[in-house]
Design a protein. Structure first.
Lengths: 686, 311
């Protein structure tokens, strides 16, 4: 029995009507025009340069872990920009709408955004930044680096890997289309309950949010399976567990969190879907429902999800700090132990997100103490990075700058986190902007580490370095913006400002709001420098050579640069934790002397088609277009069938061809167009 | 680019100069908030034992061991493990966390909003003032069962009295929060939570909702007045004879979603002593007050027709 929905419904278009398109909104229409023009230019350029076939064969159909990683990172950066624009709009609204006499523009009573619009923006900001910016950035890094660091040819399940990517894309596309068709959720990124139920949220916004997260989190679950299988089964000969680099260790802990936590979110959202579509009462306030059930389920996923994001950032620091300190990582075994401690304790702290929801003091005491325990392994990590720098030879290339600021941010975020974990303090600042500033410190740790990683490993993938001068401008403007936004935000929290305000009643908060606005505008400069850095670096393309930084340590730097599509010409035998620096010091061979044939999988268009189909499925569910739901579900099953009967076993690159590639490595770059290769296995592969 | 670094360093200093007095959490008005602040100082202070040296190390090491000083400083590229350092790296945080966890558990036991032992000690003989609070979309309803009085968006209590607050909500979760005064506790539909506080001296404060509940959320504030017991009696007297309010009237006029833009208070005479319980029971039985998309779009929108309760 389907629930009755507010407004019109037709069998052909479901809830979709012309009114769903905000053609009269003075903010969305220009955005749409710019987005449409940018899209037209991109498509036009592809057609003009006759690159459609190249993009389809080499990218959309690719199952190569590096290309998939690059596409994840492009998605993450695009969504990071969208999330930033949301932040800019929120800050601007709060800088204008202060006090009963504040002016109103564009039809709003105060500021320029009425609550209906503002609430969608901050919900989109949180959802995008965590699920569609940070997660793809870190997943992409893991995708590119983990197989290289463990000496594998590809991920364990390349086809599944592409499926994960296109499911994430489908989710992101749903969030993006909600901007132009209908509306997004106003129920924050966590899906407040019972606010997300039909009684308070009769529109399609919550449905968009729900399906977008649902689809992309299934992609994340698949990716976790893939990472675990890859690290457990596909390490190169000689790579015992305690020669596994720390970045790969944290990817393993992260994937264990992903595999165990994301299905909980899947269940919670499915139950919410039953409530919203079939009229069940799992999470309603009455009729036997219990919204605390949702809040528990959400945070049992949500808190491990925080460590799912921050652990890869810690892994990046454990690679970048040693490289630019010209010194091996200090305390490797305790770093591994600390990673597992964080992942494990991360499971026992979820209730600290709702200390204020009537929990008894004994329960609060337990979760408060458990939360504080996370500080121990995190502190250990900070000490080990610092002692990696101690008696090293440190240089300040941009990745190192990002790594160093990341440690400082971690200390500030850690201090405020310990304060908040003490519920006696939390009672005075829970749901205030103090908390917002705290977790932004932590996501800035993640962001800074992600920038460090992108800049550090960029030459590995592209064969040229990013412009260092512009990179430093980007760094300093970003840090100045962060300080200007978040120091006043901490102070506003102590001034009693609560979260999610469309209109700020207290005029005494005006100076804080104006400083934050200044900060968010400085961020705009940093976005400009970032784009300029990309453009200038792509224009110059100064070849980086085999050792772009001169200080690389791990196995991933033993491949040629730029990394060829087959990774290692010959699977290396691993002798040490830091294999590349070990071989350099020991005078061992860096290159193979004879080549062997390589077996690789063919690309497939099915994951991309599945992603598009799942996008249509999510869109149909959101608008309740019954026939399209049925059609896309059948198509999904059909795609699984077609794949199941696929007998393609990939192709072989003969040894002579590998040798030719190695002699002219740019022809093997993942950006070079490769000849079409026939089916079937010929000869013996390695 | 150094300029931006300088701006980054100076900004907090400039801010600190002009607005410390605005940070009201540093000026508690009762024993509950004072205890919260006490623990804030204590826990932050203890954290500084580890944060300050670590912060200094993270700034000092990159400068001291910069490659430009390589002839002056020791270089030990293969020094990767030390039992002494690892024991300290685990032991120091462990010790600090043990102390902090002990403090945290004691703190929460002291200010447990259901029945704070703190108030039993700090104000053992304080008279008890009971107030039942209902959060609606998007107003605050305060019921004084003993005084048979109901107010909207105004909470007046006798200074020095122990205020026992029971909280619920008609439809959505809202956070009950009075900075400087009361711990933040959520008001939840179909459930009852409790908060307790004392305001030591007469004074005026503002309360907020902290947990987002929809389009009118930003306007959900209420005035809090702590007055002398004599003034409180006078205040109650002055509102005798206000319009009567029972569950039916509440259900018809107050509970339906509406925004009180100026947070202007209104007053009623409580004719139904079970009103608070009836609201909880109704929510448990599935009572909701649906918010239409049209209403969501109309809140604080200049073009739209004024919604009920708009000023």
């Amino acid at each position: 029995m389907q629930v009755a929905v507010e407004g019109p419904w037709s069998p052909l278009l479901g809830r979709l009507t012309l009114d769903a398109i905000p053609y009269n909104n003075p903010i969305i229409v220009p955005t749409f025009i710019v987005a449409a023009l940018a899209g037209l230019v991109a498509v036009g350029a592809v057609l003009y340069y006759k690159k459609l076939g190249y993009i389809w064969r080499e990218w959309l159909c690719s199952v190569d872990h590096k290309k998939i990683g690059v596409m994840y990172i492009i998605l993450g950066l695009v969504m990071l920009f969208r999330g930033y624009v949301d932040g800019l709009m929120m800050r601007t609204q709060q800088a204008i709408a202060i006090g009963p006499d504040s002016p109103g523009f564009l039809g709003a009573k105060h500021g320029y955004l009425p609550p209906f619009h503002f609430d969608q923006i901050y919900s989109a900001h949180g959802t995008i930044m965590l699920i569609f910016a940070a997660t793809p950035l870190l997943t992409g890094l893991g995708n590119i680096i983990v197989p290289l660091q463990i000496g594998a040819r590809d991920m364990a399940f390349p086809y599944l890997n592409a499926t994960s990517l296109w499911l994430t894309f489908a989710g992101a596309a749903l969030v993006m289309i909600s901007l132009f068709v209908g509306e997004f959720s106003s129920a924050t990124w966590v899906g407040l309950m019972p606010y997300s139920e039909m009684a308070s949220n009769p529109g399609v916004g919550v449905d968009y949010w729900m399906w977008a997260i649902q689809i992309s989190s299934i992609g994340t679950t698949f990716n976790s399976i893939n990472i675990i299988a890859t690290i457990v089964k596909m390490r190169a000969p000689g790579m015992t567990w305690f020669k596994l680099p720390v970045f790969s260790w944290v990817q393993l802990t992260t994937a264990i969190i992903g595999l165990t936590a994301f299905p909980i979110l899947t269940v919670a959202l499915t139950l919410l879907g039953l409530d919203r579509y079939l009229g069940t009462h799992f999470f309603t306030a009455g009729m036997g429902g219990n919204f605390m059930l949702y809040i528990n389920l959400f945070w049992i996923w949500g808190h491990p999800e925080v460590y799912f994001l921050v652990l890869p950032a810690f892994g990046v620091l454990s690679e970048v700090v040693p490289a630019f300190s010209r010194k091996a990582l200090f305390g490797y075994p305790t770093m591994v132990a600390a990673s597992f401690s964080i992942a494990g304790i991360g499971w026992m702290v979820w209730a600290h997100h709702f200390f204020t929801m009537g929990m008894g003091p004994d329960q609060i005491g337990f979760f408060s103490a458990a939360t504080m325990i996370v500080g121990i392994p995190t502190g250990v990590k900070a000490f080990n990075w610092l002692f990696t720098m101690y008696r090293g030879r440190i240089s300040y290339e941009t990745p190192m700058l990002w790594a160093m600021i990341s440690i400082v941010l971690l200390l500030i975020g850690g201090l405020t986190g310990m304060m908040l974990s003490a519920s006696v303090i939390d009672y005075s600042v829970h749901d205030s902007v103090f908390v917002v500033a705290h977790f932004h410190c932590m996501v800035l740790v993640i962001g800074a580490a992600a920038f460090a990683a992108v800049i550090f490993w960029w030459p590995k993938v592209f064969g040229f370095k990013l412009n260092e001068t512009l990179g430093k401008w980007f760094f300093w403007t970003f840090i100045a913006g962060s300080v200007l936004v978040f120091v006043p935000m901490f102070m506003a929290g102590l001034a009693g400002e609560t979260r999610r305000l469309d209109y700020v009643f207290n005029t005494a908060l005006a100076p804080y709001m104006l400083w934050e606005e200044a900060g968010v505008l400085v961020y705009l400069a940093s976005v400009g420098f970032f784009v300029l850095m990309l453009i200038v670096s792509l224009w110059q393309r100064v070849p980086a050579g085999e050792s772009p930084w001169g200080t690389e340590r791990g196995l991933e730097w033993l491949t040629r640069t730029p990394v060829p599509f087959y990774n290692f010409a010959v699977t290396p035998h691993v002798n040490a934790l830091d294999e590349t620096s070990w071989r350099r010091e020991a005078g061992a061979a860096l290159r193979p002397t004879r080549y062997v044939p390589i077996h690789l999988p063919h690309g497939s268009g099915l994951p991309f088609i599945l992603g598009m189909d799942v996008f249509a499925w999510g869109f149909a569910l959101t608008w309740r277009i019954d026939w399209l739901i049925i059609l896309t579900t059948i198509a999904m099953i059909a795609i699984v069938f077609i794949r199941s009967f696929d007998r393609n076993e990939g192709f072989i690159i003969p040894a002579e061809e590998v040798e030719a590639y190695e002699a002219n490595i740019n022809t093997a770059s993942i950006f070079a167009e490769q000849p079409k290769r026939g089916h079937g296995l010929v000869g013996e592969a390695h | 680019m150094r300029v931006f670094g300088l701006v980054a360093l100076l900004a907090p200093l400039m801010l600190a100069g002009c607005s410390v007095h605005n940070m009201v959490l540093f000026f508690p008005a009762g024993p509950m908030a004072a205890t919260e602040l006490h623990y804030t100082y204590l826990i932050t202070g203890i954290m500084m034992i580890v944060i300050v040296p670590t912060l200094l190390m993270s700034l000092w090491f990159p400068i001291k061991y910069h490659i430009s000083r390589q002839h002056k400083e020791k270089y030990t590229p293969d020094w990767t493990f030390s039992y002494v350092i690892e024991v300290l790296a685990w032991g120091i945080p462990l010790g600090i966390v043990a102390v902090l966890a002990w403090l945290s558990v004691h703190g929460i036991q002291a200010i447990d909003p259901w029945n704070p032992p703190l108030l039993a000690k700090a104000a053992p003989n304080a008279p008890v003032e009971e107030v039942d609070v209902i959060a609606t979309d998007w107003q605050w309803v305060f019921i004084y069962p003993a005084e048979k009085l109901v107010t909207i968006d105004e909470l007046t209590v006798p200074a020095g009295a122990r205020v026992d607050v029971k909280l619920t909500s008609t439809q959505n979760m809202n956070g009950f929060y009075i900075p400087q005064v009361a711990p933040m506790v959520d008001a939840m539909p179909a459930m009852q939570t409790k908060d307790t506080f004392v305001i030591s001296q007469p004074g005026d404060f503002t309360g907020f909702s902290t947990d987002f509940s929809g389009a009118g959320f930003s306007w959900m504030r209420f005035a809090v007045h702590a007055v002398t017991p004599a003034d409180f009696t006078a205040w109650v007297q002055s509102h005798q004879g206000a319009a009567p309010l029972d569950y039916a009237a509440f259900d018809a006029h107050i509970a339906p979603p509406q925004v009180n833009y100026g947070a202007k208070p209104s007053y009623f005479t409580l004719t139904d002593p079970k009103l608070f319980g009836e609201v909880i029971t109704a929510a448990q039985m599935g009572k909701t007050y649906p918010v239409s998309q049209a209403l969501n779009k109309a809140v604080a929108d200049d073009d739209a027709a004024p919604t009920a309760g708009a000023q």
